[in-house]
Design a protein around this ligand. Structure first.
Ligand code: HEC
Ligand code: HEC
Length: 363
């Protein structure tokens, strides 16, 4: 009898040990961005290297509506950052391009497309508020999004609690970080890895540069206008030699004379010369991300081109690179504007909008 009891005792001890031991392994494999550009200028913090399993976990979290911490007010990053709009919100639900957060407040600005952010070293958000110099990076945007009233309006502890409840996350966290102790630090790191993995480099123009596709005459003329001083877009928005199609710097593109109350670059640097400056947005996928400018003042690309053509305003804060400002705009012909637009549309990467690597993994 005693022997039998001992046998059961040993058995129970063994089985309790076994349940504590993870059945999965931690073998981090570096994540390859798979893009030949600028390998040396990636913005990846030393304490959060990208791994295949880290990116996978981040993708689950990016699409998880429990991140708001309140089952009655479910919201995920993807509620606003939608793949079909190059990770902006589109105008179907929010006609002015500004999503409404859980508190009922609208976001102060329109959205930014979450593509190719891993190559931005100058700061995130329209005014660069999130930057390395102040110890912030994409990781920081996670807790900001959870708590901001105009976003999830949630509570970080509640969010972590809800994520922990789902047992499927144990394995995902273990594989990504070698621990299943889930906390907000690891949640932020994983989501940041996923966001950094989002790259878009398969537009018609990319295929043209690779010699795989031709541009039409109109698109070619548009390229010429864009990359010369006639339209003068290349000074800020890149060129075939800078295929991010942004210089990622902060510029004043001559929209305003009065800068009172703007949450512009000067609000971050406290330098009055930075009035009216915003981060130059990428023109990749511009077709999918209306409305335009930080405040969404232009509804269509035609409106934008009309502004650069006839609407440039002089102020002491305009950028010297904005060479057409002295005479109020480019003053191009209607045909020129058509060509310029045709070129801009060659920067659309339609395959990206359905790229499974960035889609909702819960489906
Ligand atoms: C309620 C809508 C909303 C939600 C939810 C939301 N965002 Fe955003 N996000 C925005 C808006 C609007 C901006 C532009 C803000 C600005 O610069 O003024 C933005 C900007 C960003 C940027 C900066 C992009 C750049 O190019 O500088 C990052 C990164 C980002 N969001 C990540 C996230 C992540 C990660 C989540 C989920 C944890 C998230 N967002 C949830 C609306 C949202
Ligand atoms: C002096 C720098 C500069 C020049 C030159 C310039 N831009 Fe811009 N562009 C910007 C900045 C900065 C913004 C964002 C401004 C804001 O949001 O308030 C912007 C915004 C845009 C947008 C809207 C992007 C979005 O996501 O909302 C488009 C489209 C655009 N520019 C196209 C062009 C074209 C086409 C040309 C040439 C005709 C051009 N730009 C010339 C700096 C410049």
């Amino acid at each position: 009898m005693k022997q039998l009891l001992l046998f059961f005792a040993v058995l129970m001890l063994l089985s309790s040990c076994a349940s504590k031991m993870p059945q999965y392994t931690y073998e981090p494999v570096p994540y390859e961005l798979g893009v030949p550009f600028f390998p040396d200028s990636v913005n990846i913090p030393a304490n959060n290297p990208m791994t295949v399993d880290g990116v996978t976990l981040g993708r689950y979290l990016f699409y998880d509506q429990r991140l708001s911490g309140d089952p009655k007010k479910p919201m995920s990053c993807a509620t606003c950052h939608k793949q079909e709009h190059s990770f902006e919100c589109g105008t179907e639900l929010f006609p002015d391009g500004r999503p409404v957060g859980n508190s009922g407040k609208k976001t102060p600005n329109v959205m930014l497309s979450l593509i190719n952010l891993v190559w931005n070293n100058s700061g995130y958000f329209w005014n660069g508020y999130v930057n390395k110099e102040s110890g912030k990076n994409i990781e920081t945007t996670v807790t900001m999004a959870i708590t901001a009233p105009h976003e999830m309006d949630g509570d970080i502890n509640q969010a972590v609690k809800l994520i922990k409840k789902d047992k499927r996350y144990r394995e995902l966290f273990y594989k990504a970080f070698g621990t299943d102790e889930i906390d907000i630090d690891l949640i932020s790191k994983a989501i940041a890895q996923f966001v950094r993995s989002i790259v878009s480099f398969n537009s018609k123009f990319d295929r043209f540069m690779a010699g795989e596709e031709q541009l039409s005459k109109s698109e070619m003329r548009g390229l010429m206008l864009f990359t010369t001083e006639r339209a003068d877009c290349f000074h800020c928005h890149g060129s075939p030699a800078l295929p991010l199609w942004t210089n990622n710097l902060f510029m004043n593109n001559a929209k305003d004379i009065d800068f009172e109350g703007q949450n512009d670059r000067s609000a971050v640097t406290q330098n009055p010369l930075d009035k009216g400056k915003y981060r130059v947005p990428t023109l990749r996928n511009i077709e999918f991300t209306a409305p335009y400018m930080h405040d969404g003042r232009f509804k269509t690309l035609d409106d934008v081109l009309e502004f650069y053509n006839n609407g440039l305003k002089r102020s002491p804060y305009i950028d010297p690179l904005s060479i057409n400002t002295n005479h109020g705009g480019m003053h191009l012909s209607a045909q020129d504007l058509k060509d310029l637009k045709a070129f801009l549309l060659t920067l659309s990467d339609t395959a990206f909008l359905k790229d499974e690597r960035y889609g909702n993994p819960w489906k």
